[in-house]
Design a protein around this ligand. Structure first.
Ligand code: G3P
Ligand code: CA
Length: 239
């Protein structure tokens, strides 16, 4: 079970507060999005801009790390989270490592070789190589990861299912093929085919018990959800 942007239904997404609650809920994985600051520091943020989830404005890639560290990333969600910061990827990884967790890190938007290297260096420095899955919608960025850090497992995010997902997985050297839940449920047979090829499947982003039940029945390796505590509770009641 994967906590999408942390426990993002009950805490400001992609903050350490959301991560803490997801770990407390016993999430198997924390999903997080990373993008570089203007000066190349990988931060944790979903949107292209800081406008929706902080008290600042503008594109993250145009703001320096020093500026990003000053932003309040909690008060937009609820007053009690005022003062929460945008974590750097290093801070997020360090926190998850201290709590024995695992992370699915989404490379958000196309990354240059230099930007991919910055992400890889942080993962290596935090000694999280064996506990991270790197995913992206961007095939070019994934190819760069393969080239620069072949030891890191990669996953392709898809909104629709390819005609031949096994061939795509082999071509890119994927450890996992991660489709939108509704698309996967329309082609449930691909899970078994991917498993036979040694490729895992994580479906996103589903918050209802009805969907969890259907995805569980087709044996996905993980369900990505905004409600990790609810999913863990639901799972514990299945026989
Ligand atoms: O983990 C899959 C999911 O996070 C992809 O969509 O927009 O939430 O990053 P998005
Ligand atoms: Ca994501």
């Amino acid at each position: 079970m994967v906590a999408h942007r942390g426990a993002s239904a009950v805490a400001p997404e992609n903050t350490l507060a959301a991560t803490r609650l997801a770990l407390a809920a016993r999430a198997d994985w924390i999903e997080t999005d990373t993008q570089p600051s203007r000066d190349g520091v990988p931060f944790v943020l979903h949107d292209r801009t800081v406008t929706r989830t902080t008290n600042g404005t503008g594109a993250i890639r145009k703001l320096t790390a020093a500026r990003l560290k000053k932003l309040d990333a909690g008060s937009w969600f609820a007053r009690r989270f005022t003062g929460a910061r945008l974590p750097t990827l290093a801070q997020q990884l360090a926190y998850v490592r201290r709590h024995d967790g695992r992370m699915i890190v989404e490379i958000k938007g196309p990354h240059t070789k230099t930007q991919i290297l910055a992400v890889v260096r942080v993962i290596r420095a935090q000694q999280m190589t064996g506990r991270v899955l790197l995913q992206s919608f961007d095939e070019v960025s994934l190819r760069r990861v393969r080239q620069l850090a072949p030891e890191l497992p990669i996953a392709l995010l898809r909104t629709t299912i390819d005609k031949d997902p096994v061939a795509v997985s082999k071509r890119l050297g994927l450890a996992a093929y991660n489709p939108k839940g509704s698309a996967l449920l329309a082609r449930p047979g691909v899970v078994a085919r991917l498993h036979t090829a040694g490729v895992a499947v994580f479906a996103w982003t589903e918050d209802s018990a009805a969907r969890w039940k259907r995805l569980d029945a087709i044996r996905v390796d993980g369900i990505i959800t905004n409600k990790p505590a609810d999913l863990v509770h639901w799972k514990s009641r299945q026989v």
